[in-house]
Every structure is written in structure tokens, then in C-alpha cells.
Design a protein around this ligand. Structure first.
Ligand code: PHE
Length: 445
């Protein structure tokens, strides 16, 4: 037996850390623009359906695998599944690497924007100037990498502290701060003159804007936002104790993640409408449209600063969970010290991030399947690797573990789990069928 595995210090700590993993660039950057492009309220309803029907069941399944095995993704599938299954864990570790290599680049942009807001770079600019500031910043060869390096150091620093005194402690400070900033910003946004139109757009479904790809987009977004299908929830589950009420706490984490996405939409869309801008600006909504909205608002630089601090916090606690997937594997399976694993991985990820960052500027012409390195890394992980991982995890818990999983879900032998049958049904049939459908649809698009 090796040394006892470290556990979360408290239930609240687990919830904050897991919500920290889930709440990230996906909620604040991606979700509002996806809603903006896909008919506002209609996307919201479809997204909520995906979270309730697939997301929650899979979060429970992944946390459970980790808790049962008390091990990293590769070790967990080896212990519980035997031959062949560790490949699912290995794919998760690889996925963490790829997501991190572009996540630190975009997270670096958010750090830069904190400074830009502090210096009032966007004071009085219009959308053309703001687009130029953004595109020339991300295209410059060195500057964005400096910010990515700073972000990497912060991320490695948190993970070096360990599970309870690093990740959990940081999340317990940062997540409440994030919630406060978000609520302040939401109140500011909905009380702007003309914001009502944005609120209507966001809450009244426009079904005419929904296309076949809206469904696929909503389900991939649910996966990405809930950190599913690549072992992050599994790894956090491996630090849980048997006594913790897993279904209840998993529901809380899913609820918090969804609430943040909804509120982020309620910050961004009314603000965009109030400034008379287009909600369908796509990925540029946060970095190009929003700064001009802040530029028009009284005391906008302060709200802008708060917004980008919020975004950086969200990115940091998510990146930490991605790094922890790799670190837990290197520590458990390869016997590395936490220090060597975290620092070494940080360096490797930064090196991979170099071509990804350059792909926004001097290496723009080097594409894979018509996509820049950054878009490709985002695409293969969110549209291929995470859904495939989620599909295999659903099958693993639904069929390989089966009723054994329901027993293991209980925090004490007499606990009554009224929806356990439905949960198993979702994992066995609905989730695999639904995910297979997005994958197939993605290929024919
Ligand atoms: N859930 C995070 C977000 O919404 C991204 C993430 C994916 C984090 C996978 C960990 C694992 O930004």
C-alpha cells in the first residue's frame, strides 16, 4: 500500500473545487455567444434539456468511478474495468493536454485584458478599433505568450499546493469572488437603458433560428462546460470519501455551473443590445464587442475590469482541474513527486502552446483541416475526444459496472436512491445514443 490518498478537507471545498472546474471560459466566453447565434431563449431551453438529461447523469458517473477506484483516470479504469479500459483513461489524460495547450492561450488573453481595462485602453473606442486592438494583440508573436506563461505559473502554483491546501483553498476564495462579481455585473447589465430587448431575446425562444447543428452545439457545450468525458470529474471524485452524498453534491455542482452560464448570458446579451450591437458576433463577442459596450457605459472601465477578472478566475480554476488530471496520473502511476509532475507538465504545455498562440498571427496560414491550430485543438477535444470519452464512460458505468455502480453510489448501505433506475437507463441507452448522434451528425456537416 502506498501512502493514503489525499482527500478534500470539507464538503464545501469539494463543491467549490468542482464548480471551479466546471465554471470556466466555456460558461462566460462560449455560452453567451452560442446563445446569441442560436436563437437566444431557444438555445437556453435545449441546453438545459441536455444538462438535465445527459450532463447530470454523466457527472455522477464520472465522480463515482473516481471515488470507487480512489485513483487517477488510467488507474481507475485498470482497477475497475481490466483489459482495454485503461485506454479510456489514457485518452482523458491526452485530452487534458490538448485542452490545456489552447486554454492557457485564451486565458492569457483574459489576463492581458485585465491590464487593458486597468489602463483604459478601450476608452471611447468603436467596434472597428476594438476589433483591431484584439486582432493585432493576439497576432503579435511574443506578447500573448508572455501572458500565457504568467497564467501557467499561476496554475502550476495552485496545483503544487496539493488537493486540500492548493486546489481546494484557492477555489474557496476565488469562487465566491466570482459569484459576487457576476451578480454585480448582471444587475448592472439588466438595468442599462435598452437592456430589456436583450433580456427578451435571451428569455423568449426564437425557434426559427434553431437548426440541426443547434442540438449538437448544445450537447457539446454541455460536455465542455461540465468538464465531462476526459477524467477531470473522475480525478476530483477520486479525492471524495465514501460518506459524501454523491448524487446530491453532484447536482449542486451541475446547478452552479448552469446558473453561472445563465447569468453570464444575462450580463453579456442585455449589455450588447443596450449598446445597439449584434448578439450573433460569435467568438469575438467577449473580446471585441464587449469592450466597446463597457466604453459607452458610465464607469465602464470599472465594470470591464471586474468582468475580465471574473473571466480570469473562471479560467484559472478550470485549468487547475485539467492540470490535476495529468498530475494525478504521473504521481499515482509513474511515481513522480507532485512538484516534478506539475512543474514538468506546465513546461511541456507551455511549449505546445507556442505554435497554438502563433497560429493567431504569423502561423495563421498553417492549418489542419482548414482550421488554425487553436481552432483545431478546440474542435478535436470538444467535438470528438470529449463526446467519445463520455460515450465510453456511460457504457462503462451502465454496462460494465451496472447494478454494482448503484450500490457504490450510496453513502451508507440503507440509503434510498429513488432515481437510480432512471440513472442507469440514461447511462445504458439514452446517453450513448444521444452522443453517437452528435458524433455522426458532426461528420456529415
Ligand atoms: N468546464 C471548463 C469550462 O467551461 C472547461 C474544462 C473542460 C475544464 C474539461 C476541465 C475539463 O471552461
Amino acid at each position: 500500500m502506498s501512502v493514503a490518498r489525499e482527500h478534500w478537507g470539507s464538503r464545501l471545498g469539494f463543491i467549490m473545487a468542482s464548480a471551479g472546474s466546471a465554471v470556466g471560459l466555456g460558461n462566460v466566453w462560449k455560452f453567451p455567444y452560442m446563445a446569441g447565434e442560436n436563437g437566444g431563449g431557444a438555445f437556453l431551453i435545449i441546453y438545459l434539456g441536455c444538462v438535465v438529461f445527459f450532463g447530470l447523469s454523466l457527472v455522477i458517473a464520472e465522480l463515482l468511478i473516481g471515488r470507487m477506484a480512489q485513483s487517477n483516470p488510467v488507474g481507475a479504469f485498470r482497477t475497475l474495468g481490466g483489459r482495454g479500459w485503461p485506454a479510456v483513461g489514457a485518452m482523458g489524460v491526452l485530452t487534458a493536454f490538448i485542452i490545456l495547450s489552447f486554454y492557457i492561450v485564451v486565458a492569457g488573453w483574459t489576463l492581458a485584458y485585465i491590464l487593458f481595462m486597468g489602463e483604459n485602453t478601450f476608452g471611447g473606442v468603436d467596434i472597428e478599433q476594438s476589433t483591431k486592438i484584439f486582432t493585432s494583440f493576439i497576432a503579435s508573436p511574443v506578447q500573448p505568450l508572455v501572458y500565457a506563461a504568467i497564467f501557467t505559473v499561476l496554475m502550476v502554483g495552485v496545483v503544487l499546493g496539493g488537493v486540500a491546501s492548493g486546489i481546494e483553498r484557492a477555489s474557496k476564495w476565488l469562487m465566491p469572488l466570482l459569484f459576487v462579481l457576476l451578480i454585480v455585473l448582471a444587475i448592472r447589465a439588466v438595468t442599462l437603458p435598452g437592456a430589456g430587448e436583450g433580456v427578451d431575446f435571451y428569455l423568449m425562444p426564437d425557434w426559427s433560428r434553431v437548426t440541426a447543428s443547434t442540438w449538437g452545439g448544445a450537447i457539446s457545450q454541455a460536455f465542455f462546460s461540465l468538464s465531462l468525458g476526459m477524467g477531470a470529474m473522475l480525478t476530483y471524485g477520486s479525492y471524495m470519501s465514501r460518506e459524501q452524498n454523491l448524487p446530491r453534491d453532484a447536482s449542486l455542482v451541475v446547478g452552479l455551473d448552469t446558473l453561472v452560464a445563465l447569468l453570464a448570458g444575462l450580463v453579456i446579451l442585455p449589455a450588447v443590445f443596450s449598446a445597439g450591437m449584434e448578439p450573433s458576433a460569435g467568438a469575438g463577442l467577449t473580446f471585441m464587442t464587449l469592450p466597446t459596450v463597457f466604453a459607452q457605459m458610465p464607469a465602464g472601465e470599472i465594470f470591464g475590469l471586474a468582468f475580465f477578472i471574473l473571466l480570469a478566475i473562471a479560467a484559472l480554476t478550470s485549468a487547475v482541474s485539467l492540470l490535476e488530471v495529468v498530475v494525478s496520473y504521473l504521481v499515482d502511476d509513474k511515481g513522480l513527486s507532485r512538484f516534478a509532475a506539475a512543474a514538468g507538465t506546465g513546461i511541456v504545455i507551455f511549449i505546445i502552446a507556442i505554435p497554438i498562440s502563433l497560429s493567431q498571427g504569423i502561423w495563421k496560414e498553417n492549418t489542419i483541416a482548414g482550421m488554425t491550430f487553436l481552432d483545431f485543438a478546440d474542435f478535436v477535444t470538444a467535438h470528438v475526444m470529449m463526446p467519445v470519452g463520455g460515450l465510453l464512460i456511460a457504457l462503462f458505468v451502465g454496462w460494465r459496472l451496472g447494478p454494482r455502480a448503484v450500490e457504490a453510489l450510496k453513502s451508507h448501505p440503507e440509503q434510498h436512491l429513488p432515481l437510480a433506475g432512471l440513472w442507469l437507463f440514461v447511462l445504458r441507452f439514452l446517453a450513448p445514443a444521444g452522443i453517437a448522434w452528435i458524433l455522426v451528425q458532426g461528420f456529415f456537416e
